[in-house]
Design a protein around this ligand. Structure first.
Ligand SMILES: NC(=O)c1ccc[n+]([C@@H]2O[C@H](COP(=O)([O-])OP(=O)(O)OC[C@H]3O[C@@H](n4cnc5c(N)ncnc54)[C@H](OP(=O)(O)O)[C@@H]3O)[C@@H](O)[C@H]2O)c1
Length: 287
């Protein structure tokens, strides 16, 4: 299969490119970075020319403005990149008869629940990032009938710039750690998600999927597990409530996802603790 992957320089996009290159023809695109082609998804004509020339069998759209605080401060920009950028790709892929997969987020939900959200639960975003990603979901759902929408949560990846690395860096620098106890979701390893997406695109079972590592955790439990596994068992973490961690973008409180649709067709991700251990091991940490 020939696949155009947007966000190819990003955490998830680069993991997907690496894994799919083994058995597919890949065209990795991004606004910047070491990619096959440069593409700004907010430019409709650039999207049209690229897909017309490349003639892929699938558009796999991971590109996004993922700075959640930036999205809260500039919701119009969030909507332009995450919402309208997705709508551009949806329109062009639909015109050319190409299926499209869009990676979305647990932040499309409002977090006012106490059980993991299923694929059939109703989104109700509460911040600029969540709203812009939901706009993208609805655009794709309405424009291109051949779509997969893959919601995921709390990604960690090789190469830094994520929660696990921030916790490890703080522990190494002996910086006092304060972590929120009442935000809950599913820590998810980009390598596991990339493998699950590789499975999904072979199925042509279009629809909404919640692909996350199995199990749930609070931010505090996630951080505690990382430190214990990485040999920082003695490092303390102060437990704080989400309102003690002031941010421009308040995330949903309980935004864990349940993988029902994927499991139904044999796509499951291992428990998050096993993924964190594998990740730490490959980064050279051991408990
Ligand atoms: N990270 C998480 O915890 C998480 C959780 C749930 C869902 N997701 C979703 O998963 C997907 C991948 O996330 P990630 O963590 O891998 O994000 P990431 O590392 O920030 O990668 C996103 C990539 O998209 C690029 N991009 C930004 N604006 C663009 C534009 N206008 N045109 C083309 N490319 C553009 C970014 O470039 P610049 O870096 O130069 O801006 C970046 O290389 C996103 O759709 C995100 O919404 C992420």
């Amino acid at each position: 299969m020939k696949v155009v992957i947007t966000g190819a320089a990003g955490k998830l996009g680069s993991a997907i490119c690496r894994q799919l290159r083994e058995s597919h023809e890949i065209v990795g695109v991004d606004v910047l970075g070491e990619v096959d082609l440069v593409l700004d998804v907010t430019e409709y004509e650039s999207c049209r020319l690229l897909l017309k020339r490349a003639k892929p069998d699938l558009v796999l759209h991971t590109a996004a403005w993922t700075d959640v605080n930036g999205c809260a401060l500039d919701p119009a920009r969030a909507l332009r990149i995450n919402g309208q950028g997705t709508s551009n790709l949806a329109a062009v892929s639909a015109q050319l008869g190409i299926p499209m997969l869009y990676v979305s987020t647990n932040e499309v939900f409002d977090g006012k629940t106490s059980r993991p959200y299923s694929e059939y639960d109703r989104p109700n975003p509460i911040n600029g990032y969540g709203y812009s990603k939901w706009y993208g979901e609805r655009a794709l759902g309405q424009i291109n009938p051949q779509h997969y929408i893959v919601r995921t949560a709390w990604l960690f990846a090789h190469g830094g710039g994520n929660f696990v690395q921030a916790i490890l860096d703080a522990a190494a620098a002996e910086t006092p750690l304060r972590v929120v106890i009442n935000e809950v979701a599913n820590p998810t390893y980009t390598e596991d998600l990339a493998a699950a997406i590789a499975q999904l695109i072979e199925t042509e079972r279009f629809g909404i999927y919640h692909l996350v590592n199995e199990g749930i955790a609070s931010r505090w439990q996630f951080a505690r597990f990382v430190l214990d596994q990485a040999g920082y068992g003695e490092t303390g973490i102060e437990r704080i409530s989400r309102h003690q961690w002031q941010r421009p973008s308040l995330p949903p409180e309980y935004s864990a996802l349940a993988n029902l649709a994927g499991a139904n067709i044999g796509i499951r991700l291992r428990p998050w603790q096993a993924s964190v251990s594998a990740f730490l091991q490959s980064e050279g940490y051991s408990s």
